[in-house]
Design a protein. Structure first.
Length: 309
């Protein structure tokens, strides 16, 4: 990871330089991060422990929750700790590692959300072929493909960035290391790299287009369903559409265009690094009766066994 840089560490300016605002943000984001970890762990434990939640949809949900924990853990702990210190430094290697992690888990989440959309399409539009199309092997390949796709995307972004020379200044107007803020600090022409980075943002836009088309087809096919079937489909698809909008909207906004306003970028980034991972468990549990029922049975049984001791 050696390059021609004289900069050995960066200074993160964070969300705000106001001490009072930072203290409020510390309490707020610590609370958010605790919800992210607890909520997503709850879903993982529930899906693994419940025999009723053994369909591909819940397997994907389990992987999504795991990715959400990892994704938010790349940025949130550092951001929360920085609210309490004056010198918000991060080493060059740590910065690049954070950049890799953000893009790795972020891109993996995009592909898993796309796989979940395909699962809903097959379940609703081709129900008779569901068991033959969505086999355990097929689902496994989709998950592996998501991880590999995330890795390839992230390694390209990371290698492009590490090849840039950084001679100073070393202040990053963000709360984590990302491509656009680093491109603005590089002491060379970054136009070509910026175009490649924007092309990487096409991954989010392409997947979003696929998701929109799949849900248009699903909505059209629901006309022939019974009222009960439509309600159940709307329940599962509604949750997924909500998550997709919350995640893909900010991602597409930031990465599909050349960055011109880092203050705007870092405020929008809060949505896909903290808010969406926090809301995912709430969205999927509040709108899904099967998950709520499995949680009540699982934790009711655990509480009952504890009382019986």
């Amino acid at each position: 990871m050696e390059n021609a840089s004289s900069v050995k560490e960066f200074i993160l300016l964070g969300l705000s330089e106001n001490q009072g605002v930072q203290k409020i943000c510390f309490v707020m984001f610590l609370f958010f991060y605790m919800i992210i970890v607890a909520g997503n762990l709850l879903i993982i434990i529930t899906v693994i422990s419940s025999q009723r939640l053994n369909s591909p949809m819940y397997s994907f949900l389990c992987y999504l929750s795991f990715v959400d924990i990892c994704y938010s853990s790349i940025t949130a702990p550092k951001m929360i700790a920085d609210f309490l210190v004056e010198n918000k430094t991060i080493s060059f290697v740590g910065c690049i590692a954070q950049l890799f992690g953000v893009h790795f888990f972020g891109c993996t989440e995009i592909f898993i959300l796309t796989a979940m959309a395909y699962d809903r399409y097959v379940a609703i539009c081709r129900p008779l072929h569901y068991t033959t199309l969505m086999t355990r092997r097929a689902c496994g390949r989709m998950v592996i493909g998501s991880w590999v796709g995330g890795f390839v995307h992230s390694i390209v972004q990371t290698l492009l960035t590490t090849q840039l020379p950084f001679c100073g200044p070393n202040k990053i107007d963000h709360y984590f290391c990302d491509v656009h803020p680093l491109l603005q600090l590089a002491c060379t022409d970054t136009y070509t790299v910026g175009i490649i980075v924007a092309a990487g943002g096409m991954i989010a836009l392409s997947c979003f287009f696929i998701l929109v088309m799949s849900y248009i087809v699903i909505l059209v096919s629901l006309k022939s369903q019974t009222h009960e079937g439509r309600q159940k489909a709307f329940s599962t698809c509604g949750s997924h559409i909500t998550v997709v909008i919350l995640f893909f909207g900010p991602c597409t906004f930031i990465y599909i265009r050349p960055s011109s306003n880092l203050l705007e970028d870092k405020n929008v980034a809060v949505f896909y690094t903290v808010i969406t991972p926090m809301l995912n468990p709430l969205i999927y549990t509040l709108r899904n009766e099967e998950v709520k029922s499995a949680m009540r049975k699982l934790w009711g049984r655990k509480l009952g066994s504890e009382v019986g001791r």
